[in-house]
Design a binder for this molecule. Sequence first.
Ligand SMILES: Cc1cc2nc3c(=O)[nH]c(=O)nc-3n(C[C@H](O)[C@H](O)[C@H](O)COP(=O)(O)O)c2cc1C
Length: 192
Amino acid sequence: MPKKILVLNGSPKKNGNTAKLSCWFAAGARSKGAGVEVINAAFLKYKSSGCTSCRTCQKIKEYECVINDGAKAVLKKMAKADVIVFATPLYFYGPSAQLKVIIDRMFSLYKWDNTTDTFESPLKGKAMALLLSAYEDIGLDNVKRSFKIIADYSEMKFFSLLVPNARESGDIVKLKGIRGKAFAFGKKIASL
Ligand SMILES: Cc1cc2nc3c(=O)[nH]c(=O)nc-3n(C[C@H](O)[C@H](O)[C@H](O)COP(=O)(O)O)c2cc1C
């Protein structure tokens, strides 16, 4: 079965470094037969500025967020994908807020049982990948670590491509070999 890969781009720059990385990654993955959808989290229509901690998702049987907006459909797609790719610029040593909004809404993709301290999630057994670029070369590892903790917790495999010194939006094309690296990364993830 061809892999279903969902790429969530958290950059507000439509032709910036994250868009380019996502595009090269997607081309590599498609060259191996994967079905790739790239969604730009920055341009979804939201009805809330993040997870409201209403916890209604914990009381229903579906793995769904009850806030009926653009994130809801993306979360549904996450539950069905084989691989979820988080693509983000480094913003003050973290992922962009635009991506974090979706990550927090992922609360609805878990059902916790506090009596046994266990949980069920459609994310279990999937793979997660991180595409991260930054102007300089400080702090990328910390972000990688926090995504890996989410993956480990969720029982997902974890992979990453970090691009330090990508400079300003669009400058990533000047980094020697980066296009090939992102393409090869896409091929690798599609072949898991
Ligand atoms: C709000 C904001 C915060 C940023 N914070 C950092 C940072 O902490 N460290 C860094 O190296 N680059 C930082 N950058 C630069 C971006 O991470 C970098 O240019 C990235 O490759 C841009 O990707 P994009 O074109 O997809 O938006 C920041 C840029 C912005 C706009």
